[in-house]
Design a protein around this ligand. Sequence first.
Ligand code: HEC
Ligand code: HEC
Ligand code: HEC
Length: 425
Amino acid sequence: MNLRGTTPPTRQRAASSWVVCLAAALLTAACGNEVSIDAPNGRAPSAPAFADSAVDADLVARGAYLATVGNCAGCHTAPGGAAMAGGLRIETPYGAVYTGNLTPDLQTGLGGWTADDFHRAMHDGRAPDGRRYAPAFPYPSFTHVARADNDALFAYLQSLPPVQQANRPHELRFPYGTQVALAVWQWITFTPADAPTVAPSAGVARGAYLVRGLGHCGECHAPRDHWSAAASDLSGGEMPGARWYAPSLHPTLGSADALAQTVALLRDGRNSHGTVTGPMATVVLKSTQHWRAADLEQAARYLQSLPPAPPAAEAAPAAATLLAAGARLYADRCADCHGNDGAGVPDAYPALAGNPSVTQPSVRNLVQLLRHGGFAPTTAAQPRPFGMPPADLSPDQTAAVLTHLRQAWGHRATAVSALDVLKAN
Ligand code: HEC
Ligand code: HEC
Ligand code: HEC
């Protein structure tokens, strides 16, 4: 493993010294030495102390943790496929992309890469041959990752068993997959960050580093401009290529226990206001529940330090007939689990009264949840979470029951129409 990209790739070096020696051998038998230092472990004589396997093991362990923080496996492992061998299909508004093979296979993975190559991919969004990556690879976030963390990630990836699996070509519509389009996109929207050499180890700076960088929370939670580039605030965004809305992560005024609630949501998949569901359930399942307590706490502190979200405007009450129809449907179809008063059942069914998911500005997630059902993540706090079955309601019924939820129990969110439901589907 060549961890200091500043030393030239060792294979090349070994090969070139062979050529030199071969030539020299014709004249004298002088330079056998260098070859024997170079060749056996493929390490250049000037390689730093990483030869020490204790240091290596430590670096690999650090990299493994960082890979969990960045949820690399979440995108780089296809369903039923080998771990980190890529091949997962990701839908984008411009067509589908496939993730790459990150195992150290020489032909199809990162076997021939140096630490410099890896850092360039993460930091600049460029392949070793200069090719620009599609931003479905969240390098606009990963560009904030410190060099030392990239080196640890690389050491970890290089320690995995190599898997031979060629990368699948993307299926992006013309011209989006072309290098010209990606060059224009990078030129307009992307500037590699002035990343630190070593990551901040504590404090809110650590939280910001994790949220903005490896955690790539903004890839879903930031609004996007018409170039599909994520803004730097976390005031909520439509997930590109998916029918979900990732709500604002800016603090709302007057929630005194917000810090503990955010930590609980990210660690346990639920807090006293509700649960995570949909794509966020996957983030908790694969990533945030495994973050170290101190990292989660600092991430939550950083979110609390963001400018507070403006309070939502109070919507006018919906038509009485709509509200009555919604209340009837709720009593028939929902109250068994969530309770007539919307209080839910502790450790089983989330409360809907006072639940921020219910009163979000966008109704996308509510429509998706009623249509497809929901699955909370399995975590230490909820080893066997209950699922919510699909509700099987017409657009009119969905609109009525959601309007009821959004205006019952003191909620003052906007009413929902059948058209809103169709648009969110
Ligand atoms: C949201 C999904 C997603 C996540 C999370 C993600 N990646 Fe990727 N990654 C991609 C996609 C898509 C590509 C392919 C980009 C392209 O080819 O244009 C890619 C490509 C790469 C490549 C280039 C591979 C090659 O063959 O050239 C590297 C290196 C990489 N990712 C590393 C990582 C690491 C390390 C992590 C975790 C810290 C990570 N990725 C997390 C989606 C993701
Ligand atoms: C069989 C029990 C059951 C029934 C019936 C049921 N739910 Fe649920 N509901 C759940 C469970 C369990 C969850 C948590 C699932 C998750 O986190 O994905 C949930 C989650 C929710 C959430 C998201 C809460 C959050 O914090 O994100 C909403 C909104 C919701 N249900 C509304 C409804 C409505 C409206 C109905 C009736 C049409 C209904 N549910 C019927 C069990 C049920
Ligand atoms: C793949 C997209 C995606 C990523 C990445 C992501 N989220 Fe989310 N997140 C969502 C969606 C969608 C929801 C809404 C569904 C729900 O409430 O469960 C959500 C909900 C949340 C909520 C609940 C907000 C509320 O008001 O109910 C919090 C807190 C949160 N995310 C924090 C984070 C943090 C911190 C990160 C980064 C470590 C992150 N998310 C990364 C998609 C994402």
